[in-house]
Design a protein around this ligand. Structure first.
Ligand code: PRP
Length: 209
């Protein structure tokens, strides 16, 4: 496994993911579970954030206590399905800014087409967490990160729920400098570019379309 691929196989995440995969899980529950899993992923993705120490007073004495270094964070949701990960992550990272990249996957060519792009100010000094539940062919993620790189961000991590081996390979080929965090790596893709066994179309399941 590449050092740039992190599989967050925590049993609580795996349990929730199983319920998301089940075809009889309704939209409301799917949405709630995606939020919960995203919160847990945010915890793992930020494990290596640097801390600095400052002097504080406890009720008993003073001490040098750690706080997160001033590095600013931003979440960047790949629309639409990435929206489903933002609220959960904001629970852990309440002061993060949020950007949006609108991409849809042309169902015939499987190519990503951009329709919206808006990032917070000062990306040069931020760690950007790019969020999209699915890394299938990798086309959307590769295009999103390529477009974001044009703005010269401080650093990036790509965070998803499910990844296919094909998408991981393609992403790592194109963006070897950007680590991938995923809750699971599935078996393969079908001819339509859906992850197998997967969970279906995350956007449709999230929004009930
Ligand atoms: C899905 C998913 C990813 C993309 C993954 O989005 O949310 O963005 O496909 O596929 P890829 O790795 O092959 O590019 P979709 O295009 O269905 O748009 P949506 O989020 O608006 O539903």
């Amino acid at each position: 496994m590449s050092a740039q691929l992190h599989i967050v196989d925590h049993p609580v995440i795996q349990h929730k993911l199983t319920f998301m995969r089940r075809k009889d899980t309704p939209t409301q529950l799917f949405r709630a579970l995606l939020e919960e899993v995203s919160m847990l992923l945010a915890y793992e993705v930020t494990r290596d954030l640097p801390v600095v120490h400052e002097t504080i007073e406890t009720p008993l004495m003073s001490m040098q206590a750690p706080i997160l270094e001033g590095k600013k964070l931003a979440l960047v949701a790949v629309l639409r399905a990435g929206l489903g990960m933002v609220d959960g992550m904001l629970k852990i990272l309440p002061s993060a800014r949020v950007g949006h990249v609108g991409l849809y996957r042309d169902e015939e060519t499987l190519q990503a087409v951009e329709y919206y792009f808006n990032l917070p100010e000062g990306v040069e000094n931020r760690l950007l967490l790019i969020v999209d539940p699915m890394l299938a062919t990798g086309g959307s993620a590769v295009a999103a990160v390529r477009r974001i790189k044009e703005t010269n961000p401080g650093s990036m991590k790509f965070v998803c729920l499910l990844a296919a081996p094909e998408g991981i390979r393609y992403f790592q080929e194109q963006h070897p400098d950007v680590p991938i965090y995923t809750a699971a790596v599935d078996e393969s893709l079908n001819e339509q570019g859906f992850i197998l066994p997967g969970l279906g179309d995350a956007g449709d399941r999230l929004f009930g379309t």
